[in-house]
Design a protein around this ligand. Sequence first.
Ligand code: GDP
Length: 343
Amino acid sequence: MNARRVAIVTGISGQDGSYLAEELLARGYEVHGTCRGKNGVVPRTSELDRLAHLDGRITLHPIDIVDFASVRDLLKQVHPHEVYNLAAQSSVGLSWKQPIETGEVTALGVTRILEAIRSVDPSIRFYQAGSSEMFGKIEESPQDERTLFRPVSPYGAAKVYGHMITASYRESFGMFCCSGILFNHESPRRSVDFVSRKITRTVAEIRHGRATELRLGNLAAQRDWGFAGDYVKAMYLMLQQDEPRDYVVGTGVVHSVRDFVQAAFDHVGLDWRDHVVVDPAFYRPADPKLVVADPTAAREQLGWEPEVSFEELVRMMVDTDLAIVRDEIATESERALPSRRVA
Ligand code: GDP
């Protein structure tokens, strides 16, 4: 009999999926992940770059999680103890352009997995990736598990549905289901669509002389930013408790975009005022205010604490981007060299 714990991570090729896969492997799990694919073939896309270092240690299943039968068959085949649902259309901006697809994947996708678990083996434990975006129009601060949801984006609305249906399966069928309400969490694996990585990538380019300016929107916008590698530990811990419940996960500390910018430029010895240009094109129609987590329940019941501080996070991201840009420059200059003649 297989004594190893078995987990399925949907959306394993994303930032959180790759960190969670590492966390579970380090704990001795057999790790399976779903990714988008056609006819059972794993696509060769840059999306899978985040998993390159785990090659051979995880099993990828190219399935469409919008297809109920595929999800159910995967559960029957793999027999997991735990399922972590990180698959989503995860961009807030894109959710305005694709509200129907966002609902299909980010909202109804959750019900498909829960329903598949219920029909195959209701003892499988389930983690749903909730989001602080569910709070939307914030009227009380800080936010905890009892704070009202007033989502403003199609993404936020879809995540609220996912959160609620997770609670519904827990209450109605006694299933072990948890939703983590995660505040912004970043890392060197974040995409440049997010302001954190946009800043660190551009700072590295400026430091290496490949760019001169960084164009940003609202510098006064504030967020509770943490390190993604810390947050996946909270996901794991939620599924190891005696009782299932939902948790807010964040640092409880807010910083502005300006703070992020200043920390990143300071780290490379440059003055941000010489390079940052405020561009109205990057302003949002509405920016939530007072976004800050109260992670008391996670701390007291899960024993969870963020380990990487804001300053360490910024330095880690800048250092990684400096190395990436340096490698890109080296590769380009190698290509530019005339090929050597063999005598
Ligand atoms: P979000 O919390 O998921 O929306 O995370 P983002 O990293 O995309 O945005 C965080 C905050 O940064 C928002 O309040 C934006 O208004 C602000 N921001 C300021 N300039 C930029 C920019 O150039 N790009 C992005 N993505 N956000 C910006």
